[in-house]
Write a new protein. Structure first.
Length: 130
């Protein structure tokens, strides 16, 4: 399957500090992010970034209540339109739970396409989700 050149280019931007102007922080993890990528895919991030909030003034959003592992899957999806669960065998009892948690995070941050992807894969997990 051919990949859209724009999507490939955007995928390379995650954590590229040369062009980023926003930071997503969760626990001890940080991601160099781009307002455009966050805002066009999430009304939540759009409001936080463009509203009269601390996040818009500091160019930083802190996701205190979330699990850094699950946020990493969200960030991967925002830039590449897929997320890959690594370091866990598919036979692990935790594997389906990860997709449920991705679904919940997507719902929280109004990422409808990620929510749809996670819901489709809860019952039939795969190493690479596209």
């Amino acid at each position: 399957m051919a990949c859209d050149p724009l999507r490939l280019g955007v995928g390379k931007l995650l954590n590229d500090t040369k062009l980023s102007h926003f930071t997503v922080r969760c626990g001890t993890r940080e991601w160099a992010a781009h307002k455009l990528v966050l805002c066009v895919q999430s009304e939540y991030f759009d409001c936080a970034i463009h509203g009269d909030f601390k996040e818009s003034r500091e160019n930083l959003i802190e996701l205190h209540e979330d699990d850094p592992e699950i946020v990493s899957y969200m960030m991967q999806w925002l830039y590449a339109n897929y997320y890959r669960i690594s370091g866990r065998p598919r036979t692990s009892s935790l594997y389906p739970d990860i997709h449920v948690r991705v679904y919940e995070l997507a719902d929280k941050y109004l990422l409808h396409e990620l929510k749809d992807l996670a819901s489709r894969t809860i019952a039939m997990p795969d190493e690479s989700l596209r």
